[in-house]
Design a protein around this ligand. Structure first.
Ligand SMILES: NC(=O)c1ccc[n+]([C@@H]2O[C@H](COP(=O)([O-])OP(=O)(O)OC[C@H]3O[C@@H](n4cnc5c(N)ncnc54)[C@H](O)[C@@H]3O)[C@@H](O)[C@H]2O)c1
Length: 394
């Protein structure tokens, strides 16, 4: 590869915008060894594609992903389509010798995720990445570092919740509410992020899901208008509602390899919360707490401090030279937002493709497969109302 990386992005809606912005901005803020070039954008909606390409600076646009991923000019294929498309698109791209960055969860089923992990092993010269972007909040990256420095000591608790409220009865039956496209609901969508965060920050694997509960509160949803149907959601005009067959919430308990216990909760019906992604760790020497609601801060409790001054300390993670990623941005006290997590990830992907180290580790397909195994164990635990050991999930 030369000093540019030609990118083909599959998907042009929500993540399409987030990733386009990241490719556009990364080389402006980071000194990259490799510059991403916005070569081709792919989507299903031809009418929307031309203005999208023009607005974001994509050189070409197409509705046929199979041609684009085989284009000899393309170096990196970014899969940002609904979950059921991930395996076919990623495996085709890997077989064509492309690096692949895939959105989370890795796939809609464990079987597809396994295919992807194996395809990545086979394509030895290709790198794979998965967009678990919350790792790249400076506060999360700092938590990862502090755990490795031994600031928590022996870990007792991990407490994680991802709470949203957009999934009320008026929300149409888009692909996210259909198992054949999404795999699961709040679970694959939100618990996947939490499992990745827990594994990333603690450095420990989950060895057992000790119990789980999943619930679908809203089974009948209005069909989306044809303009909003990214994938088929029924035929408007024939009937007005369709069935949702995914969970609106899933909660589960786990054991980690070194003995810590954890709780996870994801919901799309947590009234009062919009995008609360939070994790707390309690250990022998201290505790850490992160919430995306206040994403520039990491809270630290130092259990070794004298009791009189003991208390939670708010670390504002914007100091260049001290906090991960802060040096690329605006400086002391100037907060970052959602979009910066994606820009930071593009910067790290370019570093890895150039043979350099990322600021904090990136998840590849093998890593994201471990997260998918935990998702699967929790699905089975909820279905059978029983504990599931991860050794049972191959
Ligand atoms: N990292 C995050 O925080 C985050 C947030 C939201 C979504 N996601 C993930 O991103 C992925 C996409 O979600 P989204 O919210 O952007 O969905 P979306 O519905 O907003 O957009 C999906 C896009 O995929 C395109 N598409 C669908 N089928 C296609 C096909 N066969 N070929 C080419 N393009 C096709 C559509 O045209 C559309 O542009 C999902 O896997 C989702 O879980 C991740």
């Amino acid at each position: 590869m030369s000093d540019v990386c030609n990118v083909a992005l599959l998907g042009q809606k929500f993540m399409g915008r987030a990733h386009s912005n990241a490719y556009l901005r990364a080389a402006k803020f980071f000194n990259l060894p490799l510059t991403p070039v916005m070569h081709s954008i792919v989507g299903l909606d031809l009418i929307a594609l031309a203005p999208f390409a023009d607005r974001w600076g994509w050189k070409n646009y197409s509705t046929t992903w199979k041609d684009v991923v085989k284009d000899p000019d393309i170096d990196l294929v970014d899969v940002s389509t609904p979950n059921y498309m991930h395996a076919e698109q990623a495996c085709t791209a890997l077989a064509a010798g492309k690096h692949v960055a895939c959105e989370k969860p890795l796939a809609h089923t464990l079987r597809d995720a396994r295919l992807m992990k194996n395809a990545a092993v086979k394509a030895r010269k290709c790198k794979t990445f998965v967009w678990y972007n919350y790792r790249r909040c400076p506060a999360v990256a700092l938590a990862h570092r502090m755990v490795r420095e031994g600031r928590l000591g022996r870990l007792y608790h991990v407490r994680a919740s991802f709470l949203e409220s957009w999934g009320g009865p008026e929300t149409p039956l888009v692909w996210r509410f259909q198992r054949k496209y999404a795999g699961s609901g709040a679970h694959g969508d939100l618990n996947s992020h939490l499992i990745d965060l827990a594994r990333f920050i603690t450095g420990q694997e989950i060895v057992e899901v000790s119990g789980a509960v999943a619930e679908t509160f809203i089974t009948d949803r209005p069909l989306p208008s044809s303009a909003n149907r990214v994938v088929p959601g029924g035929m408007p005009g024939k009937k007005h509602v369709g069935k949702s067959d995914v969970d609106d919430c899933t909660l589960f308990l786990v054991r980690f390899k070194d003995g810590a216990v954890g709780s996870f909760e994801a919901s799309r019906l947590a009234t009062g919360h919009q995008n609360h992604n939070g994790i707390e760790l309690n250990g022998e020497f201290g505790a850490l707490r992160f919430s995306f609601d206040d994403m520039n801060s990491l809270w630290f409790y130092d259990n070794r401090e004298a009791g009189v001054a003991a208390g939670w300390r708010k670390i504002v993670c914007t100091t260049p030279g001290e906090h991960p990623y802060a040096g690329a941005w605006w400086g002391e006290g100037r907060p970052l937002g959602y979009e910066h997590t994606f820009v930071n990830m593009v910067a790290d992907m370019m570093a890895v493709l150039a043979g350099e180290e990322p600021i904090v580790p990136l998840p590849d397909f093998a890593d994201a497969y471990e997260t998918q195994r935990v998702l699967e164990a929790a699905l089975l635990a909820a279905k059978h109302r029983a504990a599931v050991k991860l050794t049972e999930i191959k």
